[in-house]
Design a protein around this ligand. Structure first.
Ligand SMILES: [Mg+2]
Length: 199
C-alpha cells in the first residue's frame, strides 16, 4: 500500500507562535504573551496589509530561520518513515527570494533530509498540491493547524487532520465538515494505524 503524509510547517512541524511573539513585541514595542496573542492573530487574518512589513521583518529574522521542531514531532516523523510513509511538506510561500531555501535548511536541521518534497505555495494552491498526491496514493493524510485549510482537504485526502492549536481554536466552531483532531503528534500515528487496518 502506498502511503503519504502531507504536513504544514508552522505550528505543525515547527513551533512558530513563541518566536513570532518575541519578534512582534520587539518590532511593535508591545508586551503580548502566548495567552493574549490570539487577539493579534484574529486581527491579522482580517487586516493582513497592516502586518505586511512585520511579516517581512519576521521572515528575514534569524528567529524565523531557526524555528524548532514541535514537541513530539521528530519522534513522529521518524516513526512514519520507519512505517514507509512518503513525507511531503506543503507550506505557505513568500515573495522573499530566500524564503524557500531558508525553510528547507530549517526543516533539514530539525528533521534531517527526510522529506520527499517541500512545496511552498499560496494558500489557494495548497489544495491542488494535496489533490495531486492524494490521487497517487492509496492512503493520504494531511495535517494542518488551521481548521479552514484542513476543511479544504475534506473529500480529497483519506484523513484530514487538524492539529489542535490554542490560537486557531476559535475558527473550529465555524467548520461543519468532519475532520480528525490530533491533540498530540502521537494521535496522528494512531489515526493512520486505524485507517490502515480498515484497508
Ligand atoms: Mg500552520
Amino acid at each position: 500500500m502506498k502511503k503519504v503524509a502531507l504536513f504544514d510547517v508552522d505550528e505543525v512541524l515547527l513551533e512558530m507562535w513563541q518566536p513570532m511573539i518575541v519578534a512582534f513585541n520587539k518590532y511593535f514595542k508591545t508586551h503580548y504573551t502566548f495567552k493574549t496573542f490570539p487577539i493579534v492573530v484574529r486581527d491579522f487574518d482580517k487586516n493582513r496589509d497592516k502586518y505586511k512589513d512585520f511579516a517581512f521583518y519576521f521572515m528575514q529574522s534569524d528567529l524565523f530561520g531557526k524555528l524548532q521542531a514541535r514537541r513530539g514531532m521528530k519522534e513522529l516523523i521518524h516513526q512514519m518513515q520507519k512505517q514507509n510513509y512518503d513525507l511531503v511538506v506543503v507550506t505557505a510561500s513568500s515573495p522573499l527570494p530566500t524564503f524557500a531555501e531558508k525553510r528547507r535548511q530549517n526543516l533539514e536541521t530539525e528533521f534531517g533530509p527526510v522529506f520527499r518534497k517541500i512545496h511552498c505555495v499560496g494558500s489557494t494552491d495548497k489544495t491542488s498540491v494535496i489533490r495531486h498526491y492524494a490521487d497517487q496514493y492509496d492512503l493520504s493524510l494531511f495535517i494542518d493547524d488551521h481548521p479552514y485549510t484542513v476543511a479544504q482537504s475534506v473529500g480529497v485526502v483519506t484523513a484530514p487532520i487538524w492539529q489542535d492549536n490554542i490560537v486557531r481554536r476559535p475558527y473550529l466552531n465555524k467548520i461543519t465538515k468532519p475532520m480528525y483532531i490530533a491533540r498530540h503528534p502521537t494521535d496522528i500515528l494512531t489515526i493512520a494505524t486505524h485507517l490502515e487496518k480498515q484497508r
